[in-house]
Write a protein of this length. Structure first.
Length: 316
């Protein structure tokens, strides 16, 4: 019986060993073999709470070995934050430097802080300015009324290629450089009323509206044929300037001519019409104001034959 039991156990052990998976050979250190657990140099202390915390930390923060190696190979550095897009003004400048609110004025203030810049329009009304401030390059409409500007320099509007309207009403302007407006090839409207101007400068051919009323042009303030080449001109206002003549020739495009309150004493029969061409009709010129002048319009009846309406003025 004992022999049978030994054979059975031997067969069972042999079968178990044969069925066990092949693993790497584990070598035990004989120095610590059979030593009680408490006598080990670094005893393992089991704490359930600490084990749970450590496990959660490892699960939440552990990185794959490849990523760990890439981080350990070089010191960590902060990624520079992407710069936010900076606002642009009408001059195309960024939010850095002095260009944020337009170019700097002589007083050290940006134009768009001193004035008001809305879109491509600059408003500088009633700021006691003594000179035209430097304007952003994209300025289209410029208003600087009720200030103390005395002179328009050659480069006050230089490189403002988009400028369409200039309004400098109610200043103290007495001098304008000859080339101050000539190079503004997009300029359509020029308003200089209520100043002290004695001489008109050369004007760009793109103008459609001119108002130089209430100035001091007198008899020599407008050069000969000053408006001849302004083929787009529609409105011309030269009231209250002590003029003694009508500035000729006037472009065919003209629709309104206001010359009231001057010193005009005579008119020629070919001022508006062509006396040698009785078929000529000037339909565009419908508004002529000559009231307030020492002129008798009834003396030159043929001067209005080509017009759709008679001028307003003294007929006696």
């Amino acid at each position: 019986m004992q022999t049978f039991v030994n054979i059975f156990l031997g067969f069972f052990i042999f079968k178990s060993v044969g069925a066990a998976p092949i693993t790497d050979t584990v070598i035990y250190d004989s120095e610590f073999y059979d030593i009680p657990l408490g006598d080990l140099p670094h005893p393992f202390v089991y704490d359930e709470n600490e084990q749970s915390d450590q496990l959660e930390t490892e699960i939440g923060t552990a990185l794959p070995s490849i990523i760990q190696e890439s981080y350990s190979s070089a010191p960590l550095t902060e990624e520079p934050e992407e710069e936010a897009s900076t606002p642009k003004l009408i001059d195309g400048s960024s939010a850095q430097g002095s260009g944020v609110l337009g170019p700097q004025t002589q007083d050290g203030l940006p134009t768009c802080l001193l004035c008001a810049c809305l879109g491509t329009t600059v408003y500088c009304d009633d700021h006691e300015l003594e000179a035209v401030p430097p304007l952003p390059k994209e300025t289209t409409y410029f208003y600087s009324r009720y200030n103390r500007i005395r002179k328009i320099n050659r480069n006050d509007f230089a490189n403002l290629n988009n400028l369409k309207r200039i309004d400098l009403s109610a200043n103290f302007i007495s001098e304008i450089h000859e080339d101050a407006f000539r190079r503004l090839l997009q300029l359509e409207e020029l308003v200089l009323r209520d100043n002290r101007i004695r001489q008109l400068p050369e004007l760009p051919p793109t103008l459609t509206f001119i108002d130089v009323s209430k100035n001091r042009l007198g008899r020599k303030g407008i050069r000969n044929e000053a408006f001849k080449d302004l083929h787009e001109l529609q409105h011309l206002y030269i009231t209250d300037n002590n003029l003694d003549h009508i500035p000729l020739p006037l472009p065919e495009s003209l629709q309104a001519l206001h010359l009231q309150n001057n010193n005009i004493q005579e008119m020629h029969e070919d001022t508006f019409c062509k006396m040698k061409d009785f078929t000529y009709v000037r339909r565009a010129l419908e508004d002529i104001r000559l009231d307030g002048n020492p002129i008798n319009l009834s003396k030159t009846p043929y001067a209005y034959m080509c017009l759709p309406r008679l001028p307003v003025g003294n007929l006696i």
